[in-house]
Design a protein around this ligand. Structure first.
Ligand SMILES: NC(=O)c1ccc[n+]([C@@H]2O[C@H](COP(=O)([O-])OP(=O)(O)OC[C@H]3O[C@@H](n4cnc5c(N)ncnc54)[C@H](OP(=O)(O)O)[C@@H]3O)[C@@H](O)[C@H]2O)c1
Length: 288
């Protein structure tokens, strides 16, 4: 029987490539998108799979809690209608943002989409996952996290906000979430993925003219999104990774992450603060 994957950020860049790679490798995909045009484009690109009910699309927004609850209900609907359980939960969606913007939940937007949404969606969907060492949760982080610090008095970069400071911190929080989850719950392996520099439009979507120009120049040196997608498939398929939960993986190999991500006090504190923000009482015992 085919395995089932959820992929956020399915309609562009790395997420879109991951969807196509998984489909070609006999994985049924529930892709999450937020724009009708891009969803239709993905369906066109993977028409055969869509027609054969190997690709499902759920539309939703990851930028505030209520939307994530609604998105989760729609995903659960697809799961239950088709008698599916999730084998692979792949958090790929992310943003970089010029200027300080606040979400409908009053959090800084990059923090909300890149970090809180990962925590929230994992919490919502965990009861619907196959509990197995062959199951996987993947969180796409970034090499920029190496240059990030953490300030618990200013997690959302309200002071001295810059596009990069907020982004790299959110990617550090991704790694800290992976570390916390893996320490608390050993039944499903979880990994932080470093895709390296990838040629995508991420730096052109919510950015100033200058930031967009810089990204345009820089991303030309990046790899094709199919490269990290292929490495993510390896992490998903290879049993070697069963024992490597909590790892930070680059080019299909575990490497050392930012030293802050080995400090238990920091891991635990971010976990607690994030759950408090989302009003989650018992992360591992949500009723399905
Ligand atoms: N490109 C790189 O060099 C690089 C390096 C390190 C890490 N990363 C990480 O890789 C991941 C994918 O990025 P990418 O480079 O492939 O960029 P991308 O093409 O812009 O992909 C980002 C995806 O996230 C989706 N998204 C953003 N905000 C959302 C929201 N509020 N609700 C739902 N979906 C939302 C986007 O939807 P739309 O399709 O509608 O825009 C898009 O599909 C991100 O987490 C990024 O931080 C990228």
């Amino acid at each position: 029987m085919s395995k089932i994957a959820i992929v956020t950020g399915a309609t562009s860049g790395i997420g879109r490539s991951l969807v196509l790679t998984l489909l070609k490798n006999d994985v049924v995909v529930i892709g999450i998108g937020r724009s009708d045009d891009k969803i239709n484009q993905l369906i066109d690109d993977a028409k055969d799979f869509y027609d054969q009910h190997k690709l499902f699309i759920v539309k939703g927004d990851l930028s505030y809690h209520k939307a994530i609850e609604e998105l989760s209900e729609s995903i659960i609907d697809v799961l239950q209608t088709n008698d599916f359980k999730i084998d692979y939960l792949c958090h790929v969606a992310g943003r970089v943002t010029s200027g300080y913007h606040v979400s409908k939940d009053y959090h800084e937007l990059t923090f909300q989409v890149n970090h809180l949404a990962v925590v929230d969606l994992t919490y919502q969907l965990l009861p619907y996952m196959n509990v197995s060492l062959k199951s996987r949760i993947l969180v796409v982080s970034s090499q920029s996290h190496f240059r990030a610090n953490i300030n618990f008095n200013d997690l959302e970069t309200k002071t001295y906000y810059t596009i990069l400071r907020s982004y790299k911190r959110s990617k550090l929080y991704n790694v800290l979430f992976v570390k916390a989850f893996s320490k608390k719950y050993s039944e499903i392996p979880i990994y932080a993925i470093d895709p390296a520099l990838v040629k995508t439009d991420i730096g052109q979507k919510n950015t100033s003219k200058i930031a967009s120009f810089v990204w345009n120049m820089r991303s030309k040196k990046g790899v094709n999104p199919a490269v990290p997608a292929r490495h993510m498939l390896d992490v998903i398929k290879d049993d070697v990774f069963n024992e490597l939960s909590g790892s930070y993986i680059k080019f299909g190999k575990p490497i050392t992450s930012n030293p802050l991500t080995y400090q238990d006090e920091i891991i635990e504190r971010l976990w607690k603060v994030s759950l408090d923000m989302l009003e989650i009482k018992d992360f591992f015992n949500k009723k399905s």
